[in-house]
Design a protein around this ligand. Structure first.
Ligand code: NOJ
Length: 758
């Protein structure tokens, strides 16, 4: 038999197997549903939290009793390990009439107990293998703790750093965002959801949550369909194509209808156009929040959500308390209730919960695997790959493992601020601080003089708002001037200053939007005093968003952006500071010069009066008071070494549909260190029936080059890379002129032209 025939038979066999599995599942669920009362079916649609890691008020009362009656489909937010989960599962499986197991969800966002960098940081590695590994480790740990369902990946494209939740996603670009989405789904789910160490992923927040007006959380997102398709929808679709088991609807409204009750979104787009077959859950009370949106009372908004295509109601208990009445009044149909119930039971079936409802609770596995040495090693390695070197004058970094370092700043010795936002299971007492990391890596060969230098903020009402989850901002009893004096004294006695400054962990994340995204004043004062000493000042930045760093960029000697690096952040930071790892991260969200430039992103449109980057010509699309350019463009990040790029060579100047354009550059490591470089390819469609961005990322490769080494990097561009959504929202290509750009970031590129012929 020929190879092709064998492959064909293998595919047929595989497809048949899938059909047989589906048929078995369908028969099982049909049989189960035939025994269920209406109340029990509606009960499956109810997702409650007993409290714990919550992001709003806890509505549910008498949870145990409800489980016993079959009025609960799942629980979420339990961070205390498998015992409480086992107790709840016991009630469902042993004491409810039909013994239907519960599903247990949790916000596993960037790790479970071994915490990795915040997702925005992870994306800066541009390394989907590492990102997938972080999700795999998170799934292994969370499942040992009894979790079946992770509320991740968050794939909302965000182009407004005022929005606190920009920390939770992969930045501004739909192509990179799609690759990250796919990697995370694969990492969480593996290739067999029934495995004890696999968890069902949940792509969120569907949809457009990252485009909240004014960067204020929960605000409406209003944009044209064209913009949605062009820039915002791809990562959700990528997660769905990767087989994600569930989708979470978002808080925001779209076209005047909140996502949770938006039929166009949840049914027409998600299910009909994209073919999604899994379960759709609301966000936290987003069903009942539609009352405040002005969509009606609890009964009306619950019926609206079910009709729109929502299956499971998180916390609001609108489904539980009103759907029966709505059915009697003809506001919803039995079929709609059945369809939602079936999808929840299917998820449980696929997770293997009907075979063994306790399969993901393993005290033994938890003891062995959670925060294991192997996981911590991975966290350290992954974190180092996420840091971005924003500036490095006079090759100040890497630091020598000798001499005296003044280690200053409110984040240099702050265990509470290492993990970053949304690490509900993380235990900060396990975190490695920067001071400890430096001691671990440099040992006694370096003399470290530590001084806090400043509080994270001195603004008492702001501190109160940030500290809702605990004292992230600890206020020293000394006066700001006393603290600065101590730091300046330390600087004067040292060869170099390392200033660890930036944001507290919860200055980003949910409900943590900011109108001023610079370094808080108390720390700016410290930095200014340090710079005045004339010593080289290396800023190590903790941040959950792109910040405005214009002053720092002008005055600091070096800046290393470390986001919030997770459990092993301190070790990873020291690895990079002392050159054990040469930084290779590149930013995935543009850093503005000031807040007034927002929204600012690399793949903008040209306008009819484009600004060419020189001077301030009148009647051009520019500002009187600031340049159009960002402080740091998308894709930017330095290395301890330098890379040079040859001109682009193309295998042909014209291609026709079906042909491949090969784009070649030679990259040379021209500096003094071995290092990694992310080579980025962008295209521009010069003439099209709808206007196109000035650049769009289409491919990238992360390569390793020894000092002095050159490598030829080849990219293949085909028709799929040149398509766009036209005015009818059809994904099409149009023949004509294109530009291709290759370079080290979205601004610093070589370019060449080619033509797509008919
Ligand atoms: C609200 C958040 O928007 C969402 O991301 C999270 O998964 C849920 N709360 C559950 O905690």
């Amino acid at each position: 038999m020929k190879k092709n025939q064998l492959l064909f038979l293998a595919i047929i066999f595989f497809v048949n197997q899938l059909h047989a599995q589906d048929a078995k599942m369908n028969a099982f669920i049909t049989n189960l549903m035939s025994k269920m009362t209406l109340e029990e079916k509606i009960g499956q649609l109810n997702l409650v939290t007993p409290g714990g890691a919550v992001t709003g008020s806890v509505v549910s009362k008498d949870v145990d009793d409800k489980i016993r009656k079959g009025f609960v489909g799942g629980l979420f937010g339990i961070t205390t390990g498998p015992d409480k989960i086992r107790q709840a599962q016991d009630i469902a499986v042993k004491n409810s009439r039909l013994h239907i197991p519960l599903i247990f969800g949790l916000d596993v966002i960037h790790g479970h107990k071994t915490v990795f960098p915040i997702p925005l940081g992870l994306s800066c590695s541009w390394d989907t293998t590492l990102i997938e590994r972080s999700a795999r480790i998170a799934a292994t740990e969370a499942s040992a703790d009894g979790i079946d369902w992770a509320y991740s990946p968050m794939v909302d494209i965000a182009r407004d750093p005022r929005w606190g939740r920009i920390a939770e996603g992969a930045g501004e670009d739909p192509y990179l965002g799609s690759l990250v989405a796919r990697a995370m789904v694969k990492g969480y789910q593996g290739n067999d959801l029934t495995k004890n160490d696999a968890v069902m992923a949940c792509v969120k927040h569907f949809a457009l949550y990252g485009a909240a007006e004014a960067g204020r959380d929960y605000n409406p997102s209003d944009m044209s369909r064209l913009r949605m398709y062009q820039f915002y929808l791809a990562p959700y679709k990528a997660a769905i194509d990767a087989g994600v088991g569930s989708v979470m609807s978002s808080f925001n409204e779209i076209d005047g209808i909140p996502a949770t009750g938006n039929k166009w979104l949840l049914t027409d787009l998600l299910r009909k156009q994209w073919g999604f077959k899994g379960l759709v859950v609301s966000d936290y009370t987003s069903v009942s929040e539609m009352i405040a949106h002005g969509m009606g009372n609890l009964q009306e908004v619950s019926a609206l959500s079910l009709r729109a295509g929502l299956d499971m109601d998180m916390v609001a208990e609108g489904f539980l308390n009103t759907l029966k009445k709505s059915l009697q009044e003809g506001k919803v149909t039995q079929q709609q209730i059945d369809a939602a119930c079936r999808r929840i039971l299917e998820a449980k079936y696929k997770l293997g919960l009907f075979d063994d409802p306790y399969r993901r609770m393993s005290t033994d596995r938890a003891a062995k695997e959670i925060l294991s040495e192997e996981h911590r090693r991975a966290a350290r390695e992954i974190a180092a790959h996420c840091f971005v070197l924003l500036k490095n004058n006079n090759q100040t970094l890497p630091l020598k493992k000798s001499g005296t370092i003044a280690l200053v700043g409110p984040l240099a010795n702050s265990q509470r601020n290492m993990l970053g936002t949304w690490s509900v299971s993380g235990d900060f007492s396990k975190d490695v601080t920067v001071i400890d990391g430096i001691k671990n890596v440099a040992g006694s060969s370096v003399n470290v003089i530590y001084a806090k230098g400043a509080n994270l903020s001195d603004d008492t009402s702001f501190i109160k708002r940030v500290n809702v989850f605990g004292p992230e901002i600890e206020v020293d009893s000394r006066s700001p001037q006393e603290m600065i004096n101590e730091a300046v004294d330390a600087a004067n006695k040292s060869d170099v200053v390392v200033a660890v400054v930036g944001e507290a962990a919860d200055m980003t994340g949910e409900a943590s939007s900011m109108s001023n995204i610079g370094i808080p004043e108390s720390q700016e004062n410290l930095l200014q005093a340090l710079v005045k000493t004339g010593k080289p000042v290396v800023v190590v930045l903790f941040n959950g968003r792109p910040m405005t760093l214009t002053w720092e960029n002008d005055h600091a000697t070096a800046i290393l952006d470390t986001w919030f690096g997770g459990t092993e952040a301190g070790n990873a930071i020291a690895d990079v500071l002392f050159g054990n790892y040469n930084p290779s991260g590149k930013i995935t969200a543009t850093f503005p010069r000031n807040v007034g430039q927002i929204p600012i992103y690399y793949s903008h449109k040209n306008t009819g009066r484009p600004y060419d980057g020189t001077g301030f010509p009148k009647f051009k699309s520019n500002y009187l008071d600031v340049s159009n350019d960002p402080l740091y463009p998308f894709g930017y990040g330095l290395s301890y070494t330098t890379f040079s790029y040859s001109d682009i060579t193309l295998n042909k100047k014209h291609i026709i549909p079906g042909e491949t354009l090969r784009v070649k550059v030679t990259v040379t490591n021209t500096g003094n260190y071995d290092g990694e470089e992310t080579v980025q390819l962008y295209t521009r469609d010069m003439v099209a029936s709808v206007t196109q961005p000035v650049k769009e990322l289409k491919k990238f490769q992360k390569i390793f080059l020894k000092k002095g080494e050159s490598k030829e990097v080849t990219f293949s561009i085909g028709l799929d890379n040149l398509k766009f959504y036209n005015s009818d929202l059809k994904y099409v290509y149009e023949a004509g002129d294109f530009k291709v750009f290759v370079g080290t970031n979205s601004q610093d590129v070589k370019e060449a032209d080619f033509v797509l012929d008919k």
